[in-house]
Design a protein around this ligand. Structure first.
Ligand code: BDR
Ligand code: CA
Length: 333
């Protein structure tokens, strides 16, 4: 068996973040080194409690530090997603008292500490706004070379979900997203273009629930609330399970098709603030590197830009749901 991928999961739970945590905590292909929490779907006070509740419910996080980080975005006014995730940020299930406590370290400090003391083999998996990761990169630039890869959920090369142009995690802290996308480390971007194909339809929810273990029941309770708000706002027949696509990719990269692209964050646009501008056709690459149909077009730039991310362009949804099902089955039948 191949060695597990060591990860720091930076998140803002959040129903889909919660499923991602439950997957990372149990799957043998992933070694969860820390859960660092950021404000996003709700305030940091709420997302931190939610993270503790979910980690506690997993029963697999006794030795995983959970710590709270940035309470506000770097520049912009704070936005949250209570319309989707409810007043608590994780409405639906009820949790008992968590059996783990918050680590006293600030999430940014914890991230820096873990990365600096690593062998450069840690993957950072952000599934919320990128404030913690960006702050860590600015506070201690030496961590960049210690990050093996960043596998994040956020952005879209097509339509947004919070504005017509922007996806929530990018919109909630565009300046942080800019710092991360320019940090020079390999990035895999799971955007709405694929996560919208990973919808938890009633049959998917029933299949996982049928496993009958407490974590599978929790999955179903969370999805029932999430399905309601997603149906009301977007009209989906099942809520897109955005964040777990990162974990699915770590478990089986073959379930997602990616394409190298230049991704830049719009920081000045009124209508497109927070948009991930993805150069799908390689229009700004050097003419030499474009090849094919684009090779005759002159670069519009003095200094052509290269790809800085692998952007997800398709997902095998059936395989994705098998991975989710198989992972929840690891909690027992
Ligand atoms: C992202 O926004 C949040 O509401 C979800 O948790 C996910 O990370 C989707 O746009
Ligand atoms: Ca999230």
């Amino acid at each position: 068996m191949k060695k597990p991928v060591k990860i720091i999961h930076d998140c803002d739970p959040g129903h889909d973040d919660a499923v991602a945590i439950l997957m990372a905590a149990v799957h043998p292909s992933i070694e969860l080194k820390a859960v660092t929490v950021v404000a996003g779907n709700q305030t940091i006070e709420k997302t931190a409690v939610n993270a503790l509740n979910v980690c506690s419910a997993s029963g697999r996080c006794k030795n995983v530090p959970v710590s709270a980080g940035m309470s506000r975005p770097i520049v912009r006014r704070q936005v949250t997603a209570g319309d989707i995730h409810g007043v608590s940020g994780l409405d639906g299930p009820s949790f008992g008292l968590p059996d783990i406590e918050l680590d006293p370290r600030h999430a940014v400090d914890l991230m820096i500490e873990i990365l600096l003391s690593s062998d450069g083999d840690i993957t950072v998996v952000p599934t919320g706004p990128l404030t913690n990761v960006a702050m860590a990169l600015r506070r201690e630039p030496r961590i960049a070379e210690k990050i093996e890869r960043i596998v994040l959920m956020g952005g879209a090369y097509q339509l947004g979900n919070v504005t017509p142009s922007a996806e929530f995690n990018m919109y909630a802290d565009p300046e942080a997203a800019h710092i991360v996308f320019t940090c020079g480390r390999p990035i895999v971007m799971m955007g709405l273009d694929v996560t919208r194909k990973a919808r938890a339809t009633p049959d998917v929810i029933a299949r996982v629930k049928s496993l009958g273990n407490p974590q599978a029941v929790l999955f179903a309770e969370m999805m029932e609330f999430f399905a309601k708000t997603q149906r009301e706002i977007y009209g989906w027949d099942g809520p897109p399970l955005h964040d777990p696509t990162t974990m699915a990719w770590l478990i089986d990269p073959g379930c997602v098709e990616t394409k190298p692209m230049r991704v830049e964050i719009e920081l000045r646009g009124e209508l497109a603030y927070g948009r991930t501008c993805c150069d799908f056709f390689g229009l700004e690459n050097s003419p030499d590197s474009r090849g094919g149909a684009m090779s005759g077009i002159q670069s519009v730039l003095d200094r052509p830009k290269g790809a800085n991310a692998l952007v997800a362009v398709d997902i095998d949804a059936a395989r994705f749901w098998d991975i989710v099902y198989e992972t929840f089955a690891m909690y027992g039948k």
